[in-house]
Design a protein around this ligand. Structure first.
Ligand code: AN0
Ligand code: CP
Length: 317
C-alpha cells in the first residue's frame, strides 16, 4: 500500500478483514516491520480516539511515534500558493510538509473540511499536498471528505457482531448544535457499498450526501421505515452538502435523535457511533447505555484498523 485515504486503497475487502483479524489476534507479531521506523502524526484538529489508537497501533508494531498539533505550538501555516505572506502566518505548508517528511517514515494527517471552499474540501487539498510533497506514505486520520480508519474499524465491528450473513445496516442522520463535516458518513457509505450488506441511509430533506459516496445505497426519507428490521443503527450528524447550503445546519429536529422508541422498530439492532457523541442530541442515555450499544467495542477496533493499515504501509516502504 502506498497511501491510505479511501476504501480504494485497501484492495479486496475480505482480505482486509482477514488481515485485521490476524492483527487483532497477534498484536505484537510484526515488530520487525516497525523497528527503527518513525510515525509522525499531524493534527490540524482535535482528537481523542484517533490520537490514542493510532499511537497504540504504531507502538504494537515496534515503531517510534512523534505527534504534532499544528495549532498548539507550531507555526501557523499558510496553505495558499502565491500569497504575500505579510499576515499572521510565518510558515508555508510547501516548506513545512517536506521538512516533516524528512523526520519520519510514514505520516498520518488529520485535516477536517474547513467549510471555506467546497471545491478545496472536496479536492482534499491539504492531504493531497502531504502526498505530493512529503515523499513518504501518507494515511488519513480524517481528511476533508473521508475518515477511512473509522470506517475500516466500523466494518470490522459489524463483522464481529452480525448475526446474519447480509445484515441490514442503517446510517441515520441525527441532530447536533454545530456544523460537522460529511467525512464520517461519506466514508461509512463508501465502505458499506464495498460489502454485500443491505445498506440504507436516512436523513431529513436537504441533507443529501455526494452521490459519489452514496453509490448504490437506498436513501429513505421516512426514518421509521428505514429503522424497520435494521440489524445495525449507525448514527451520525453532518452538515448540508448541497449548494447553496454547503456546511450549514438546516435542522436540529430531535425527532431524529436515536431513542428506544425507534430502536424498538429494529431487529434488536446494535447501536453504533464513531464518537465523540452528544448524548440526548444524537442518542438518548438509555440507548447508548443499553446492551445493544457497541460504541466502546467500535472505538477499540480503531487500534486494529490503524495497525492493519500502518503494517501494509510499512511493507510498501
Ligand atoms: C468530527 C466529525 O464529525 O467529523 C470527528 C468525528 C470523528 N466530530 C466532531 O467534530 C464533533
Ligand atoms: N472517532 C474518532 O475519530 O474520534 P476522535 O475525533 O476522538 O479521534
Amino acid at each position: 500500500m502506498k497511501h491510505f485515504t479511501s476504501v480504494k486503497d485497501i484492495g479486496n475487502i475480505k482480505q482486509a478483514l482477514e488481515r485485521a483479524k490476524y492483527v487483532k489476534e497477534n498484536p505484537f507479531a510484526d515488530q520487525d516491520l516497525g523497528r527503527n521506523k518513525t510515525l509522525l502524526m499531524i493534527f490540524f484538529n482535535s482528537s481523542l480516539r484517533t490520537r490514542l489508537s493510532t499511537q497504540k497501533a504504531a507502538l504494537n508494531l515496534g515503531m517510534n511515534v512523534i505527534v504534532l498539533d499544528i495549532n498548539q505550538g507550531a507555526w501557523k501555516l499558510e496553505t495558499e500558493r502565491g500569497v504575500i505572506m505579510d499576515g499572521d502566518k510565518p510558515e508555508h505548508i510547501l516548506e513545512a510538509i517536506p521538512v516533516m517528511g524528512s523526520y519520519c517514515d510514514t505520516i498520518g494527517v488529520r485535516a477536517f473540511a474547513q467549510f471555506e471552499s467546497k471545491e478545496d474540501d472536496y479536492n482534499e487539498v491539504i492531504i493531497n499536498q502531504f502526498i505530493r510533497y512529503s515523499g513518504k506514505p501518507v494515511f488519513s486520520m480524517e481528511a476533508a471528505t473521508l475518515h477511512p480508519l473509522q470506517s475500516y474499524a466500523d466494518l470490522i465491528t459489524i463483522e464481529e457482531f452480525k448475526k446474519t450473513e447480509r445484515p441490514k445496516v442503517v446510517l441515520t442522520w441525527a441532530p447536533h448544535p454545530r456544523a460537522l463535516p460529511q467525512a464520517v458518513p461519506n466514508s461509512f457509505a463508501e465502505w458499506m457499498n464495498a460489502t454485500d450488506y443491505e445498506f440504507v441511509i436516512t436523513h431529513p430533506e436537504g441533507y443529501e450526501l455526494d452521490d459519489k459516496f452514496v453509490g448504490n445505497a437506498i436513501v429513505e426519507y421516512d426514518k421509521e421505515k428505514a429503522y424497520k428490521d435494521a440489524d445495525f443503527i449507525y448514527a451520525k450528524n453532518w452538515s448540508a452538502y448541497r449548494d447553496p447550503n454547503y456546511g450549514k445546519i438546516l435542522s436540529t429536529d430531535r425527532a431524529w435523535t436515536v431513542d428506544a422508541q425507534k430502536m424498538a422498530l429494529t431487529n434488536n439492532a446494535h447501536f453504533m457511533h464513531c464518537l465523540p457523541v452528544r448524548r440526548n442530541m444524537i442518542v438518548t442515555d438509555d440507548v447508548i447505555e443499553s446492551a445493544q450499544s457497541i460504541v466502546i467495542q467500535e472505538a477499540a477496533n480503531r487500534v486494529v484498523s490503524a495497525q492493519s493499515v500502518i503494517k501494509e504501509l510499512l511493507k510498501g516502504i
